[in-house]
Design a protein around this ligand. Structure first.
Ligand SMILES: Nc1ncnc2c1ncn2[C@@H]1O[C@H](COP(=O)(O)OP(=O)(O)OP(=O)(O)O)[C@@H](O)[C@H]1O
Length: 253
Protein backbone atom coordinates (compact mmCIF):
# COMPACT_ATOMS: atom_id res chain seq x y z
CA UNK A 1 0.00 0.00 0.00
CA UNK A 2 1.21 3.50 -0.80
CA UNK A 3 -0.37 6.20 1.34
CA UNK A 4 -0.17 9.87 0.48
CA UNK A 5 -1.51 12.02 3.25
CA UNK A 6 -2.06 15.77 2.80
CA UNK A 7 0.84 16.18 0.39
CA UNK A 8 1.78 19.71 -0.52
CA UNK A 9 4.57 20.75 -2.87
CA UNK A 10 5.66 24.35 -3.37
CA UNK A 11 8.27 25.76 -5.68
CA UNK A 12 8.93 29.16 -4.10
CA UNK A 13 5.56 30.86 -3.81
CA UNK A 14 3.88 28.51 -6.28
CA UNK A 15 1.84 25.77 -4.68
CA UNK A 16 1.98 22.96 -7.21
CA UNK A 17 0.31 20.20 -5.17
CA UNK A 18 -2.39 21.14 -2.68
CA UNK A 19 -3.40 18.75 0.06
CA UNK A 20 -3.26 15.54 -1.96
CA UNK A 21 -4.39 12.40 -0.14
CA UNK A 22 -4.50 9.03 -1.90
CA UNK A 23 -4.41 5.33 -1.05
CA UNK A 24 -2.82 3.08 -3.64
CA UNK A 25 -3.30 -0.61 -2.85
CA UNK A 26 -0.68 -3.17 -3.84
CA UNK A 27 -1.24 -4.84 -7.19
CA UNK A 28 -3.17 -1.91 -8.66
CA UNK A 29 -2.39 0.50 -11.48
CA UNK A 30 -3.17 4.16 -10.88
CA UNK A 31 -3.21 6.60 -13.79
CA UNK A 32 -2.69 10.29 -13.05
CA UNK A 33 -4.43 12.24 -15.81
CA UNK A 34 -5.35 15.86 -16.37
CA UNK A 35 -4.36 19.00 -18.18
CA UNK A 36 -0.75 19.98 -18.68
CA UNK A 37 0.85 21.63 -15.67
CA UNK A 38 -1.65 20.08 -13.24
CA UNK A 39 1.07 18.43 -11.15
CA UNK A 40 1.04 14.83 -12.40
CA UNK A 41 4.82 14.50 -12.82
CA UNK A 42 5.50 16.38 -9.61
CA UNK A 43 3.25 14.02 -7.65
CA UNK A 44 4.94 11.00 -9.19
CA UNK A 45 8.37 12.43 -8.39
CA UNK A 46 7.34 13.00 -4.77
CA UNK A 47 6.71 9.24 -4.38
CA UNK A 48 10.41 8.48 -4.89
CA UNK A 49 11.65 11.72 -3.35
CA UNK A 50 13.03 13.11 -6.61
CA UNK A 51 10.97 16.01 -5.30
CA UNK A 52 10.67 16.42 -1.55
CA UNK A 53 7.10 17.31 -0.49
CA UNK A 54 6.93 20.54 1.50
CA UNK A 55 4.20 19.09 3.73
CA UNK A 56 2.41 15.82 4.28
CA UNK A 57 3.37 12.22 4.76
CA UNK A 58 4.09 9.40 2.32
CA UNK A 59 4.18 5.80 3.47
CA UNK A 60 5.22 2.86 1.32
CA UNK A 61 4.42 -0.57 2.74
CA UNK A 62 3.71 1.04 6.11
CA UNK A 63 7.11 2.77 6.25
CA UNK A 64 7.13 6.56 6.36
CA UNK A 65 9.51 7.84 3.68
CA UNK A 66 8.98 11.56 4.17
CA UNK A 67 10.64 13.58 6.90
CA UNK A 68 9.44 12.86 10.39
CA UNK A 69 9.17 15.86 12.72
CA UNK A 70 12.56 16.49 14.26
CA UNK A 71 14.31 13.84 12.17
CA UNK A 72 16.09 14.67 8.94
CA UNK A 73 16.07 12.02 6.25
CA UNK A 74 19.66 11.21 5.45
CA UNK A 75 20.94 10.64 1.92
CA UNK A 76 21.39 6.90 2.66
CA UNK A 77 17.71 6.74 3.63
CA UNK A 78 16.72 8.36 0.35
CA UNK A 79 18.80 5.86 -1.59
CA UNK A 80 17.13 3.01 0.30
CA UNK A 81 13.69 4.48 -0.41
CA UNK A 82 14.48 4.91 -4.10
CA UNK A 83 15.25 1.19 -4.29
CA UNK A 84 11.61 0.54 -3.36
CA UNK A 85 10.48 2.54 -6.37
CA UNK A 86 11.44 1.91 -9.99
CA UNK A 87 11.09 4.88 -12.32
CA UNK A 88 10.50 4.95 -16.07
CA UNK A 89 10.88 8.28 -17.86
CA UNK A 90 9.35 9.71 -21.01
CA UNK A 91 12.75 9.85 -22.77
CA UNK A 92 13.99 6.41 -21.56
CA UNK A 93 17.28 7.71 -20.05
CA UNK A 94 19.32 4.60 -20.83
CA UNK A 95 23.07 4.88 -20.33
CA UNK A 96 24.26 5.36 -23.94
CA UNK A 97 27.68 3.82 -23.36
CA UNK A 98 26.23 0.55 -22.07
CA UNK A 99 24.47 -2.26 -23.92
CA UNK A 100 20.88 -3.20 -23.07
CA UNK A 101 21.93 -5.91 -20.63
CA UNK A 102 24.60 -3.72 -19.03
CA UNK A 103 21.94 -1.05 -18.44
CA UNK A 104 19.82 -3.56 -16.54
CA UNK A 105 22.79 -5.01 -14.59
CA UNK A 106 24.37 -1.67 -13.65
CA UNK A 107 22.31 -0.75 -10.58
CA UNK A 108 22.26 -4.33 -9.31
CA UNK A 109 26.06 -4.44 -9.33
CA UNK A 110 26.96 -0.92 -8.25
CA UNK A 111 24.17 -0.14 -5.79
CA UNK A 112 23.09 -3.57 -4.54
CA UNK A 113 26.59 -5.06 -4.93
CA UNK A 114 25.32 -8.21 -6.60
CA UNK A 115 27.99 -10.39 -8.23
CA UNK A 116 28.04 -10.15 -12.04
CA UNK A 117 26.57 -13.59 -12.68
CA UNK A 118 23.57 -13.04 -10.41
CA UNK A 119 22.95 -9.60 -11.97
CA UNK A 120 23.25 -11.07 -15.44
CA UNK A 121 20.72 -13.83 -14.69
CA UNK A 122 18.25 -11.26 -13.34
CA UNK A 123 18.80 -9.01 -16.36
CA UNK A 124 18.22 -11.88 -18.81
CA UNK A 125 15.04 -12.83 -16.94
CA UNK A 126 13.70 -9.26 -17.17
CA UNK A 127 14.78 -8.62 -20.76
CA UNK A 128 12.96 -11.85 -21.67
CA UNK A 129 9.85 -10.63 -19.85
CA UNK A 130 9.79 -7.37 -21.85
CA UNK A 131 10.55 -9.17 -25.14
CA UNK A 132 14.08 -7.79 -25.49
CA UNK A 133 16.26 -10.85 -24.85
CA UNK A 134 17.23 -10.97 -28.54
CA UNK A 135 18.66 -7.44 -28.28
CA UNK A 136 20.50 -7.79 -24.97
CA UNK A 137 23.89 -6.93 -26.48
CA UNK A 138 22.61 -3.99 -28.56
CA UNK A 139 23.60 -0.39 -27.87
CA UNK A 140 20.70 1.96 -27.03
CA UNK A 141 21.35 4.07 -30.15
CA UNK A 142 20.60 1.05 -32.36
CA UNK A 143 17.22 0.38 -30.71
CA UNK A 144 13.83 1.89 -31.57
CA UNK A 145 12.20 4.14 -28.97
CA UNK A 146 9.78 1.34 -28.02
CA UNK A 147 12.67 -1.09 -27.57
CA UNK A 148 14.62 1.45 -25.48
CA UNK A 149 11.60 1.98 -23.28
CA UNK A 150 11.19 -1.77 -22.79
CA UNK A 151 14.85 -2.00 -21.68
CA UNK A 152 14.23 0.95 -19.35
CA UNK A 153 11.25 -0.91 -17.84
CA UNK A 154 13.44 -4.00 -17.31
CA UNK A 155 16.08 -1.81 -15.63
CA UNK A 156 13.50 -0.19 -13.34
CA UNK A 157 12.17 -3.59 -12.29
CA UNK A 158 15.61 -5.13 -11.68
CA UNK A 159 15.84 -4.51 -7.90
CA UNK A 160 12.22 -5.76 -7.41
CA UNK A 161 10.76 -2.39 -6.35
CA UNK A 162 7.47 -2.23 -4.50
CA UNK A 163 6.09 0.14 -7.12
CA UNK A 164 6.87 1.05 -10.72
CA UNK A 165 6.48 4.78 -11.38
CA UNK A 166 6.03 5.73 -15.04
CA UNK A 167 6.24 9.34 -16.17
CA UNK A 168 4.59 9.63 -19.60
CA UNK A 169 6.04 6.27 -20.67
CA UNK A 170 4.56 6.36 -24.19
CA UNK A 171 4.48 10.03 -25.07
CA UNK A 172 7.81 10.11 -26.94
CA UNK A 173 6.70 7.20 -29.15
CA UNK A 174 4.67 6.94 -32.34
CA UNK A 175 1.47 4.90 -31.97
CA UNK A 176 2.92 1.60 -33.14
CA UNK A 177 5.89 1.74 -30.77
CA UNK A 178 3.68 3.07 -27.98
CA UNK A 179 1.49 -0.02 -28.46
CA UNK A 180 4.51 -2.28 -27.74
CA UNK A 181 5.09 -0.48 -24.46
CA UNK A 182 1.38 -0.56 -23.56
CA UNK A 183 1.44 -4.34 -24.13
CA UNK A 184 4.44 -4.78 -21.82
CA UNK A 185 2.93 -2.59 -19.09
CA UNK A 186 -0.39 -4.46 -19.50
CA UNK A 187 1.40 -7.76 -18.98
CA UNK A 188 3.09 -6.43 -15.84
CA UNK A 189 -0.27 -5.16 -14.57
CA UNK A 190 -1.80 -8.61 -15.11
CA UNK A 191 1.05 -10.10 -13.08
CA UNK A 192 0.15 -7.81 -10.17
CA UNK A 193 2.87 -5.16 -10.48
CA UNK A 194 1.89 -2.05 -8.54
CA UNK A 195 2.18 0.94 -10.85
CA UNK A 196 1.53 4.66 -10.75
CA UNK A 197 1.73 6.50 -14.04
CA UNK A 198 1.37 10.05 -15.24
CA UNK A 199 -0.02 9.86 -18.75
CA UNK A 200 -1.71 11.66 -21.60
CA UNK A 201 -2.23 8.34 -23.38
CA UNK A 202 -5.88 7.38 -23.17
CA UNK A 203 -5.24 3.97 -24.64
CA UNK A 204 -2.66 3.23 -21.93
CA UNK A 205 -4.84 4.57 -19.11
CA UNK A 206 -8.05 2.89 -20.23
CA UNK A 207 -6.36 -0.42 -21.03
CA UNK A 208 -4.41 -1.00 -17.86
CA UNK A 209 -5.37 1.41 -15.08
CA UNK A 210 -7.36 0.08 -12.15
CA UNK A 211 -8.07 3.60 -10.93
CA UNK A 212 -7.75 7.07 -12.32
CA UNK A 213 -6.90 10.29 -10.52
CA UNK A 214 -7.92 13.44 -12.38
CA UNK A 215 -5.57 16.19 -11.26
CA UNK A 216 -5.94 19.84 -12.16
CA UNK A 217 -3.99 22.83 -10.83
CA UNK A 218 -2.59 20.71 -8.01
CA UNK A 219 -5.97 19.44 -6.78
CA UNK A 220 -7.65 16.07 -7.14
CA UNK A 221 -10.86 16.89 -9.01
CA UNK A 222 -12.10 13.30 -9.07
CA UNK A 223 -10.76 9.83 -8.44
CA UNK A 224 -12.26 6.39 -8.84
CA UNK A 225 -12.19 3.14 -10.78
CA UNK A 226 -11.08 3.77 -14.35
CA UNK A 227 -14.36 2.44 -15.75
CA UNK A 228 -16.33 5.09 -13.80
CA UNK A 229 -13.97 7.96 -14.54
CA UNK A 230 -13.79 7.24 -18.25
CA UNK A 231 -17.37 5.96 -18.56
CA UNK A 232 -19.45 8.05 -16.16
CA UNK A 233 -17.49 10.78 -14.39
CA UNK A 234 -19.45 12.63 -11.71
CA UNK A 235 -17.69 16.01 -11.80
CA UNK A 236 -18.57 18.47 -14.55
CA UNK A 237 -14.89 19.32 -15.10
CA UNK A 238 -13.96 15.65 -15.53
CA UNK A 239 -16.82 15.15 -17.99
CA UNK A 240 -15.62 18.12 -20.00
CA UNK A 241 -12.05 16.90 -20.00
CA UNK A 242 -12.94 13.33 -20.98
CA UNK A 243 -15.32 14.47 -23.72
CA UNK A 244 -12.65 16.75 -25.19
CA UNK A 245 -10.39 13.76 -25.29
CA UNK A 246 -12.92 11.52 -26.92
CA UNK A 247 -13.96 14.16 -29.43
CA UNK A 248 -10.62 15.68 -30.28
CA UNK A 249 -8.12 12.87 -30.33
CA UNK A 250 -8.25 9.19 -30.92
CA UNK A 251 -5.91 8.27 -28.09
CA UNK A 252 -4.05 11.25 -26.74
CA UNK A 253 -5.48 12.90 -23.65
N1 LIG B 1 11.55 22.16 -10.45
C1 LIG B 1 10.54 23.03 -10.63
N2 LIG B 1 10.65 24.32 -10.29
C2 LIG B 1 9.62 25.19 -10.45
N3 LIG B 1 8.42 24.85 -10.95
C3 LIG B 1 8.25 23.56 -11.32
C4 LIG B 1 9.29 22.60 -11.19
N4 LIG B 1 8.82 21.39 -11.61
C5 LIG B 1 7.54 21.61 -12.02
N5 LIG B 1 7.21 22.91 -11.84
C6 LIG B 1 5.90 23.51 -12.15
O1 LIG B 1 4.91 22.73 -11.54
C7 LIG B 1 3.74 22.70 -12.35
C8 LIG B 1 3.30 21.28 -12.54
O2 LIG B 1 4.25 20.63 -13.37
P1 LIG B 1 4.13 19.08 -13.69
O3 LIG B 1 5.24 18.74 -14.65
O4 LIG B 1 4.06 18.31 -12.43
O5 LIG B 1 2.72 19.01 -14.41
P2 LIG B 1 2.11 17.85 -15.33
O6 LIG B 1 0.68 17.72 -14.96
O7 LIG B 1 2.95 16.62 -15.22
O8 LIG B 1 2.26 18.51 -16.77
P3 LIG B 1 2.52 17.80 -18.19
O9 LIG B 1 1.28 17.04 -18.48
O10 LIG B 1 2.71 18.96 -19.11
O11 LIG B 1 3.74 16.95 -18.04
C9 LIG B 1 4.09 23.45 -13.63
O12 LIG B 1 3.57 24.75 -13.52
C10 LIG B 1 5.58 23.45 -13.63
O13 LIG B 1 6.08 24.59 -14.30
Amino acid sequence: MIELSHIEKRFGDNVILKDISLLIPEGTVTALVGPSGGGKSTLLRCINLLEIPTAGIIRIGGETITFLPGKKTRWQDIQKIRRQTGMVFQNFQLFPHQTAIQNVMEGLMTVLRWPAERARNRAVELLTKVGMAHKMDAWPSTLSGGQQQRVAIARALAPSPRVLLCDEPTSALDPELAAEVVDVLGKLANEGTTMVMATHDLRLASKIATSVVFLEAGNIVETGPSRSIFGAPTQERTKQFISTLNAGHSYDI
